[in-house]
Design a protein around this ligand. Structure first.
Ligand code: ATP
Length: 465
């Protein structure tokens, strides 16, 4: 493989920067409202995220993930799973039911405590969360508000054909309880012992009073949670460990350090089950806000479920003869919210060769497509070889084949959706069986024999791990 200076200068590559690199100043900061509008617009225009029931005018802050969004969301979840489960020997996964027994939520305290304080504006009847509005209606500015009352966020439904009290079920508002109620099942089948964790990714549902800010707060969303069971005396140490480790995950996927911080909760902010919580926060267009909460949940959940079910949720250590209820450290992140943060962080407007472009500087593991194969033109001679190259790459990563429009336009299209590498098949390729790899960020182009292409792409992917 070599940097092919000649091919860089070929006019048919139409990438005006041609290896000169780009001026990579991010034109505005992620806390600018313009950045938010640009990202929301890009998401809809390019098929990342659509309003749900779009043809009916949308439906109550629900969203559908389009062809690119589903790839990126899956990549966020895969990256989390890889880091939290695959690369460790002390964490196993589960996938628990979304429809769940009221007994779980009674024991966990959600039926009583999973509420937000709701206030109504007496002037315009807008409903808001009292803890988010500073005593003033966000719609009309009036301070004539009702007293706050507790509003339970759980969605209630019925399992079975009868709609009576005996059939009540809830859509889970968090995935965490699935791990607690399966503690013994996992302990008895996985041969793990504390410290060990149970991880889960899946949908959760909250009847949020004020869903807002695109997919930041929605009523249906995805979570990535892990419950780490530890001896009580080690809980404080593991809490610090997970705060540090979770910050590293965001950094390892390219999130800018200046947009990321860890904020320790004040005593007054702590949930009923927590003795220490820190939030991983991102600098959103409206300011710093939560991506993930890391909590020391003590033995609260296991104790509650032991009492309610009559089944002891404990660990017995045969070597010491000691029996105890483990403490739990929980890193709880939102997959959909985190995907949005990565999009905002990656959104860049820069200039290459005097031309403006929009580029999503996504980490290659998060980008919807890792590679795009672009025949130089629609000429039919180029298509069979392009397909051959595509089929070669498809087993190792997501690969797009883009045939229409000028090559320059197609580079821009791939930049805008964050594809890190474009592989161009030109007329020389038919003779020398080589192709050009173009890098999204530097726009540098390199000529590679097709026989070496997979090795080259694999080593570029491995370098980003
Ligand atoms: P918030 O204070 O923003 O309502 P929370 O502290 O109640 O969130 P947790 O219960 O700790 O959130 O949930 C863990 C993670 O799940 C959050 O950090 C967030 O990333 C995600 N999450 C929670 N609620 C929502 C929602 N309505 N929409 C999207 N993601 C959410």
């Amino acid at each position: 493989m070599s940097v092919d200076k000649n091919s860089l200068d070929k006019s048919h590559h139409q990438d005006k920067s041609k290896g000169k690199g780009s001026t990579t100043s991010r034109s505005d900061s992620p806390d600018s409202p313009d950045r938010m509008d640009a990202v929301v617009n890009l998401c809809k225009r390019r098929g990342f995220i659509f309003p749900s029931a779009d043809i009916y005018g949308g439906f109550r802050s629900t969203y559908d993930y389009g062809p690119l969004g589903v790839l990126m969301l899956r990549n966020v979840k895969d990256a989390w799973w890889r880091f939290m489960v695959q690369m460790r020997e002390d964490v196993v996964g589960i996938d628990a039911a979304i429809l769940s027994s009221p007994r779980i939520w009674e024991a966990s305290g959600h039926l009583d405590n999973f509420t937000d304080p709701l206030v109504d504006c007496r002037q315009c009847h807008e409903r808001s969360r009292a803890d988010k509005i500073d005593g003033k209606c966000p719609k009309c500015g009036s301070t004539d508000l009702t007293e706050p009352r507790a509003f339970n966020l759980m969605f209630k439904t019925h399992a079975g054909p009868l709609e009576d009290e005996g059939t009540v079920a809830y859509l889970r508002p968090e995935t965490a309880q699935g791990m607690f109620v399966n503690f013994l099942n996992v302990l008895n089948t996985s041969r793990k012992k504390p410290p060990f964790g149970i991880a889960q990714i899946g949908k959760s549902f909250r009847n949020e009073i004020t869903p807002q800010n695109f997919v930041f707060r929605t009523r249906e969303f995805e979570q990535m949670e892990m419950e780490y069971f530890v001896p009580p005396e080690d809980a404080a140490m593991w809490f610090e460990y997970w705060c540090k480790t979770r910050m590293e995950w965001y950094g390892s996927l390219g999130m800018s350090p200046e947009n990321l911080r860890l904020r320790r909760h004040e005593q007054s902010e702590l949930s009923h089950y927590s003795v220490a919580t820190s939030d991983v926060e991102f600098l959103f267009p409206w300011g710093w806000d939560e991506l993930e909460g890391i909590a020391n949940r003590t033995d609260y959940d296991l104790t509650q479920h032991s009492k309610a079910s009559g089944i002891k949720l404990e660990y017995y250590e045969p070597s010491t003869g000691i029996r105890y209820t483990p403490y739990v450290i929980e890193p709880a992140a939102g997959a959909t919210r985190t995907m949005m943060a990565f999009l905002i962080d990656a959104y860049t407007e820069d200039e290459v060769g005097g031309e403006k472009r929009t580029v999503l500087k996504l980490h290659p593991r998060l980008a919807p497509y890792q590679v795009a194969v672009l025949p130089l033109s629609k000429h039919e001679d180029l298509v069979p070889l392009s397909r051959e190259v595509l089929e070669m790459i498809q087993p190792i990563c997501m690969c797009d084949l883009d045939i229409t429009q000028s090559i320059g336009r197609r580079y821009r299209r791939q930049d805008e959706i964050g594809t890190p590498w474009c592989v161009t098949v030109d007329f020389d390729s038919l003779v020398d069986r080589s192709v050009t790899i173009r890098d999204r960020d530097t726009t540098e182009q390199v000529r590679v024999p097709i026989a070496d292409l997979l090795t080259e792409l694999l080593s570029r992917l491995a370098a980003t791990r």
